[in-house]
Write a protein that binds this ligand. Structure first.
Ligand code: AMP
Length: 113
């Protein structure tokens, strides 16, 4: 657990979150400020600051597979969805614990801003 990391504190149950799915290595919960009808964050339980720092392929695979599971559970697997991981300053990352945004439930624009 990284000191001061809000997502580590969610993993530890120290701050509340609406959990929608979990696995041994990953956790999914609803984004506090949803940008689409479905907006879920999927994170590794272990602290990894961003995709740029990730080294464990099995862990990354577990996070991606949980994102797939979230899409099924949220009923957007057939209609389609987007998985995004903002990385670093230009990527717009604001929380420095690797997370995938799973967005869906409406037609999404492309390209992003
Ligand atoms: P990013 O800007 O890609 O780092 O995304 C961080 C996301 O975390 C934003 O979409 C926030 O709305 C979301 N967020 C921040 N704090 C919380 C929280 N306590 N619970 C759920 N989502 C959060």
């Amino acid at each position: 657990m990284a000191e001061g990391c809000i997502f580590c504190r969610i993993v530890a149950g120290e701050i509340p979150a609406v959990r929608v799915a979990e696995s041994e290595r990953a956790l999914a919960f609803r984004d506090l400020h949803p940008q689409a009808p479905v907006h879920v964050l999927v994170i590794p339980r272990r602290h990894v600051a961003s995709l740029a720092e990730a080294t464990d392929g099995e862990e990354l695979g577990a996070v991606l597979l949980l994102a797939q599971e979230v899409a099924r559970r949220e009923g957007i697997a057939e209609s389609g969805y987007r998985v995004v991981t903002n990385t670093g300053a230009d990527g717009g990352q604001t929380v420095h614990h690797l997370h995938l945004h799973v967005l869906g439930g409406r037609a999404l624009q492309w390209p992003p801003g």
